[in-house]
Structure formats: structure tokens, C-alpha cells
Design a binder for this molecule. Structure first.
Ligand code: IPD
Ligand code: CA
Length: 268
């Protein structure tokens, strides 16, 4: 334990902290967007990139969480996991810049994603899109976009569904993902690959796409978005790892998930 007094962990208090941190990091990222990139390095493969923008945004977010909640566990994309001494058993999932390739190529579709959960489940989530000034938020009893309540209508026909997905950075994984897309494409209205898993899920919560699936995502990519979809009344499940296929996430409007899973895999 540290000497600092941790702030009260109500969902609303945690959400306020997450929103402040996401807006602060988003402002930093937007300020540099379109300028020359610095510190660009490859991570898992030569196409999986990180830059100083990702690192600096993450440092800002982690600093804000640590100041308010010094004993919480944090799992963050660029700095990994930091396990603190105790506290209330809360874990933060932080992706400071989801859609790094879009960001580096000047495509205005990327976001900051932060979720916090306790032993009883997800407590608060934010996905912030600085280019559109869109703030997606969730607490357990509801999801909002710029303060407006979100609620997903049911649907029964996968053939009508616009389905978002994404691909990993390794060739062999992409070969397998291409085979799944080839199976899905004739069965749905269309496929979207926009380049940010967190925004795919946030847009699903807002009804802009009808379903999402992807294997090989990391928890910081999907934790906030999954909470948004669930709080908006949608269905979310983890996909079981199987053979060479890593775990994944599938989510949809009520009524569509079973049909989607019949194509993309079984739940965990
Ligand atoms: C990636 C994006 C992408 C998804 C990848 C993720 P990053 O995150 O969310 O849409 O398809 O699986 O790794 O690298 O931009 O933070
Ligand atoms: Ca990510």
C-alpha cells in the first residue's frame, strides 16, 4: 500500500477518472496526428508498430490512474502488466492508441480505450475517438455516446448484418483469418475492416455495425468495447482457443450471435 488515499471505487467515480485520462491522452494524440512520427519500432512482427505517440499517451493514462488508484492492477498494451500491492482488487485494461497503423498512415480512425473491472465484473469503460470527438462510455447499467443513451434493437437475420472484423499481424494467422472471412462473406450483408477493434465494438454498441468477431485480439483491445456492447443490450462472448487459433471475441445485436458463432467458432 502507498500513503495516497485511493478514490472511492464507485462505477461513476471510476468512469470519471477513465474519461479524464482518455480525453487527456486523446488530446496529446490528436495534437501530433498527421505530423512526423518518432520512435517507430516493430513489435510482434515487422507490421505490428509502436511509436512515441503510443508510449507517451500510455504514460499519461497510467500516471492518472496511479495517482488516483495507487494499488490497482494495470494491464496496458505498451508496458504490460503491473501488479500493485492490494487495494480493492480492481484491474484496468488500457490501450492508449487502438488503430496504430491507421494513426501512422494518417487515417482518422483510431481511439483511446480504457476499462476497469473488479471481482464481480466490469465497472466502467470508455472508448474515445478524438478525430470525431465521440466519447463512448459505459457503467453496468447503461452505455452512452456523448451522453446519449445507447440501446440495441434485436435482429434475427444474419444475412442483413453488417459485420466488423479485424486481422492479426502474423502471416500464418492472417491466412487462417482469410479462410474464416471467405466463409462469412456470402452469409452476411457485408464485412468492414476499419482497423480498430475497440472502435469496431463501440460502433456496434452505437448500432453502426450489427456484429463483430476477431481472434487473436488482446484484452486491452476489447475489454472496454465488450462492456459497451453488453451495457447497450448486445450479446458478447469469448471464442475458445482451438488448435492454432487463439482465443477471440464475438459480439452482436440480440438475436444474431448464434448464427455468427456457427460461422466463426464456438464460445469459450
Ligand atoms: C489492433 C487493432 C486492429 C485489430 C488488431 C489489433 P493496435 O490494435 O485493434 O483493428 O485487428 O488485432 O491488434 O495494434 O492498433 O493497437
Ligand atoms: Ca490495440
Amino acid at each position: 500500500m502507498t500513503d495516497a488515499t485511493p478514490m472511492d471505487p464507485t462505477p461513476e467515480g471510476l468512469l470519471a477518472l477513465a474519461v479524464d485520462a482518455a480525453r487527456d491522452a486523446g488530446a496529446l494524440l490528436l495534437d501530433r496526428f498527421g505530423g512526423p512520427a518518432s520512435g517507430v519500432d516493430a513489435k510482434s512482427t515487422r507490421t505490428d508498430l509502436v511509436s512515441d505517440a503510443d508510449r507517451d499517451a500510455e504514460a499519461r493514462i497510467l500516471g492518472a490512474i496511479r495517482r488516483a488508484r495507487p494499488d490497482d492492477r494495470i494491464v496496458a498494451e505498451e508496458s504490460g502488466e503491473s501488479t500493485a500491492a492490494g487495494g480493492d482488487g480492481l484491474t484496468w485494461h488500457v490501450d492508449p492508441l487502438d488503430g496504430t497503423v491507421n494513426y501512422l498512415w494518417g487515417i482518422p480512425h483510431w481511439c483511446v480505450s480504457i476499462q476497469v473491472e473488479g471481482p464481480g465484473g466490469a465497472l466502467a469503460a470508455v472508448v474515445f475517438d478524438p478525430c470525431r470527438d465521440e466519447l463512448f462510455t459505459a457503467v453496468p447499467d447503461g452505455a452512452r455516446l456523448n451522453g446519449r443513451d445507447l440501446g440495441l434493437e434485436p435482429s434475427s437475420d444474419l444475412g442483413d448484418a453488417l459485420v466488423a472484423t479485424g486481422f492479426g499481424y502474423a502471416s500464418e494467422r492472417r491466412r487462417r483469418q482469410a479462410a474464416v472471412v471467405a466463409r462469412a462473406l456470402p452469409e452476411v450483408r457485408d464485412i468492414r475492416r476499419a482497423g480498430s477493434a475497440a472502435l469496431d465494438l463501440a460502433w456496434l454498441a452505437a448500432g453502426r455495425v450489427d456484429a463483430y468477431y476477431e481472434r487473436g485480439v488482446s484484452v486491452w483491445d476489447w475489454a472496454a468495447g465488450a462492456m459497451l456492447v453488453a451495457a447497450a443490450g448486445g450479446e458478447v462472448t469469448e471464442l475458445a482457443a482451438a488448435g492454432d487459433d487463439p482465443m477471440g471475441v464475438a459480439a452482436a445485436r440480440p438475436g444474431l450471435l448464434a448464427g455468427l458463432l456457427a460461422i466463426v467458432g464456438r464460445p469459450a
